[in-house]
Design a protein around this ligand. Structure first.
Ligand code: COA
Length: 297
């Protein structure tokens, strides 16, 4: 289990061990070992928002094996951190959200059956961790959003794109295949026809086309993307956390197969909201014509 973070910006999310490690490297305490995971993901938090920044700009933020491995540790930490109410996932620099899996590693890490199985299991765990993060997860998409990068965005709760965003799933141009856990959520999101178009053609689609497909929630001018997404996240962070959590889990259950849904959990979460101090605060603030101050209990 991960207990502590050190980020590439020199911020120790846990507040501990900061003196022991240099900035620029992402660490987590796994069991008793301080393990370097990767320096290619920056983790940060401020004002109730956790940031996950894919940090390989010289390769348009291609996602390396180590980055896939690190993602579940990061989402676990954010899940457990009460100071984090919303998470934003973005790419470093202005050119790309992500160009997909790091192809330069495929020969070594994704060419034989055994290495491919391990690689694919690692990617599967990473996207499952994004699905399981019980907090709103927003993809902030600038520039290229390709292949595995598009898959990461699809596993976020909400996608906000700049008007310079470019989307493609070029698997058919490389000869690799997408797994069930990549294609099924895409079909759920944009339907079978657009999914087929993306996968059969491998072509690039611009932000306007992406919004028409339902691939992104919103498109904003590139110069406004960061401020727009930050304010958007802040407005969610100011809302009642238990209500957000209940909505987050309810939609997650709705996306599962019917026999796998835990509707009892949803009942419990709804009951918690109606029995919460925040619900009392919401009613009082409404009658006093002021903004509510929610505490998450
Ligand atoms: N994996 C590894 N390296 C990548 C990469 C990826 N997915 N995408 C880009 N890069 C590298 C390029 O090889 C290049 O490296 P170099 O400077 O050592 O030559 C560098 O990033 C810059 O890319 P370049 O192609 O020169 O930039 P561009 O602006 O002309 O094009 C892309 C950018 C993203 C459109 C293009 O690089 C591309 O098509 N990448 C592959 C995307 C893909 O197939 N993704 C699916 C992976 S499953």
């Amino acid at each position: 289990m991960v207990e502590h973070f050190h980020t590439a910006q020199g911020v120790d999310v846990s507040g501990r061990f900061a003196a022991q490690k240099p900035p620029g490297v992402y660490y987590a305490l796994l069991g008793n070992d301080m393990t370097k995971l990767t320096d290619k993901i920056i983790v940060n938090k401020s004002n109730g928002v956790g940031w996950i920044i894919l940090n390989q700009p010289d390769k348009k933020n291609a996602i390396s094996f180590e980055m896939w491995e690190a993602i579940p540790h990061i989402t676990e930490q954010f899940s457990e951190d009460d100071d984090v109410r919303v998470v934003i996932l973005r790419g470093q620099g202005g050119q790309a959200f992500s160009s997909g899996a790091d192809i330069s590693q495929f020969e070594e890490k994704r060419s034989s059956k055994s290495t491919t199985d391990r690689y694919n299991m690692t990617v599967k765990a990473a996207v499952a961790a994004l699905d399981q993060l019980a907090k709103p997860l927003i993809a902030m998409i600038q520039g290229y959003c390709l292949g595995g990068g598009a898959s990461v965005a699809i596993h976020c709760d909400i996608r906000i794109a700049a008007d310079n965003a470019v989307f493609a799933i070029p698997a058919a141009r490389l000869g690799l295949a997408y797994r069930w856990e990549d294609i099924y959520p895409l079909v759920q999101l944009i339907g079978p026809s657009f999914t087929r178009e993306l996968l059969y053609t491998g072509s690039r689609f611009n932000a306007k086309e992406a919004i028409q497909m339902g691939l992104v929630n919103r498109v904003v001018p590139v110069a406004e993307l960061e401020s727009y997404v930050t304010e958007y996240a802040a407005s969610i962070a100011a809302n009642a956390p238990l209500t957000i959590h209940s909505a987050n889990r309810t939609v997650a259950e709705a996306l599962k197969d019917p026999e796998q849904r835990d509707l009892a959990e949803i009942e419990t979460l709804v009951a918690q909201c109606f029995d919460s101090d925040d619900y009392r605060e919401g009613r009082q603030a409404f009658s006093e014509k002021r903004k509510p101050g929610f505490k998450g209990h």
